[in-house]
Design a protein around this ligand. Structure first.
Ligand code: NAP
Ligand code: MG
Length: 478
């Protein structure tokens, strides 16, 4: 316990939440064909926030038809400059409503308000601003002599860890390139996608250009299987990614997959240690570790192992776990009971395998889903905690002796989404970065994002890129 205690500092903005949300199809809120609605909760206290429509295949079909009509009738015929105005309007509206959206994201997802306020919402707006700028310059994104054509109707399926930001990553380039969209948010986090639908309506986009269908995995599957969808863009687990790859194989549908990861964060003995410690902490505890590119495998050079462990032990005691709406909170709620169970199962497997578990000493709130900041020492590369994605605030620490060994251990994974390297030697930094088989490698930093910079994976982390010029190519037929 520290001598100085923090006074509670809860965010007081109360966003308007409706009792019940319909589906957003053809510019209007409509009832699901089945009449079925399901509650969506706040994972920090398990209270019900709203009821949300459950879309089945008939509703998905209605949304795809609306998207097709909007594509043929309006959107593909508009000039890039005209589309840019709409995309820009969405960006402006997100900025104007940033506080409301941040609170909503925290209420429904469990992440600390500091993160939704300072990262999720500004980054979502930045993506719309960035792609608005491309809409009338698409020819410049292609090789000389090529003409930019949209693909058509895109089905976009997003996960619960960055609900608004993942929706922005998908919608902004799709719209800028002239496609129309049916968006399927995750079952546990529909509210900011529905707020975005409201923003789309108020930005006066032609009806049907953006449609939002809430439901669960079966809703996503109906979208994937729909005959009139030209492209599926999916972010989520490798397991579901494989199902989708099989379902779209042999069809004319285009596909991009942004899947899981098990990133190595490599810290050499000559690294700037104060900065590296913050990079380690940010790499794994940001968003409770619900991050596909989390630095969940820490590889430290053997001779600084004990020092790093002592520092980490002290540092996790300073992390504040609790009410996600409190501005001082570092570790918020786990997104769902199912995810909390998955974290417990994997952590138990680590203990059983003989690794040593270290956890922050703190009280967990009685209600809601919480897990303390944790790390394992004595981890073997064959342990499940070294191989499988835990998707929680749990770090696996391993050691290496030479840069070659660090590279070998880092690449010993079926994933390849991101990685980090910490060393004061520029040439060593570059050499290691070049050897790593990962879509993004951060040097002497971690978790940096910019809309102009592409993001995506290799191997079981998927294919296709989001962000930057690369992200445009995924939404252009060429
Ligand atoms: P998930 O279970 O794969 O779900 C992702 C989305 O797919 C959700 O909207 C889900 O709906 C839907 N879905 C489930 N089954 C489906 C099916 N058979 N067909 C079509 N859609 C289906 O993943 P998650 O557990 O929500 O998210 C965590 C995973 O996402 C982690 O593995 C993480 O690494 C990965 N992720 C990757 C990135 C990246 O950019 N590479 C970013 C964020 C997260 P319901 O939620 O309603 O079931
Ligand atoms: Mg799921």
């Amino acid at each position: 316990m520290s001598i100085l205690e923090y006074a509670p500092s809860p965010e007081t903005t109360a966003p308007h939440i409706r009792e019940r949300y319909g589906l957003f199809i053809e510019g209007r809120w409509v009832s699901p064909a089945s009449g079925r609605y399901v509650p969506t909760i706040n994972p920090a206290d398990e209270s019900v926030l709203a009821e949300v429509a459950f879309a089945e295949a008939a509703d998905v079909d209605r949304a795809v038809r609306a998207a097709r009509k909007a594509y043929d009738k309006y959107w593909r015929k508009l000039s890039g400059a005209a589309r840019a105005k709409y995309v820009y309007r969405i960006a402006r509206a997100i900025t104007e409503r940033s506080r409301e959206l941040a609170v909503l994201e925290t209420l429904n997802g469990g992440k600390p308000i500091r993160e939704s306020r300072d990262f999720d919402v500004p980054a979502a707006a930045a993506h719309f601003f960035y792609y608005a700028g491309w809409a009338d310059k698409l020819e410049w994104a292609l090789r000389a002599g090529r003409t930019a054509h949209p693909i058509g109707v895109c089905g976009q399926i997003v996960p619960w860890n960055f609900p608004l930001l993942m929706a922005a990553w998908k919608l902004a380039p799709a719209l800028a390139c002239g496609n129309t969209v049916v968006l399927k948010p995750a079952e546990t986090t529909p509210l900011t996608a529905l707020a975005l639908a409201q923003i789309v309506a108020e930005a006066d986009l032609p009806p049907g250009v953006v449609n939002v269908v809430t439901g669960d995995g079966s809703t996503g599957a109906a979208l994937v299987e729909h005959d009139d969808v030209d492209k599926i863009a999916f972010t989520g687990s490798t397991e579901v990614g494989k199902i989708i790859a099989r379902a779209t194989a042999g069809t004319a549908k285009r596909l991009t997959l942004e899947l899981g990861g098990k990133a190595a964060n490599i810290v050499c003995a000559d690294a700037p240690l104060d900065q590296a410690m913050e990079g380690i902490v940010n790499g794994i505890y940001f968003n409770q570790g619900h991050v596909c590119c989390a630095g969940s495998r820490l590889l430290v050079e053997e001779r600084i192992h004990d020092e790093i462990i002592e520092r980490l032990r002290a540092r996790i005691e300073t992390l504040r776990l609790g009410d996600p709406l409190d501005k001082n909170t570092d570790i918020g709620a786990i997104n769902s009971r199912a995810q909390l169970d998955k974290i417990h199962e994997l952590v138990d497997s680590g203990v059983e395998a003989g690794a040593t578990l270290v956890q922050q000493s703190c009280w967990l709130p009685e209600r809601g889903f919480f897990f303390p900041a944790s790390f394992f020492t004595g981890v073997q590369p064959s342990h499940r905690i070294a191989r499988e994605e835990i998707f929680g605030p749990v770090l696996s620490v391993m050691t290496f002796r030479t840069p070659e060994e660090a590279v070998e251990k880092a690449n010993n994974t079926p994933y390849g989404l991101s990685a980090g390297v910490w060393t004061d030697k520029g040439s060593k930094n570059m050499w290691i970065a070049q050897q790593l088989r990962a879509g993004v490698v951060w040097c002497n930093t971690f978790n940096q994002f910019d809309p102009a910079s592409p993001f995506g994976g290799y191997r079981e982390s998927g294919f296709g890129r989001e962000g930057g010029v690369h992200g445009l190519h995924e939404y252009l037929a060429h």
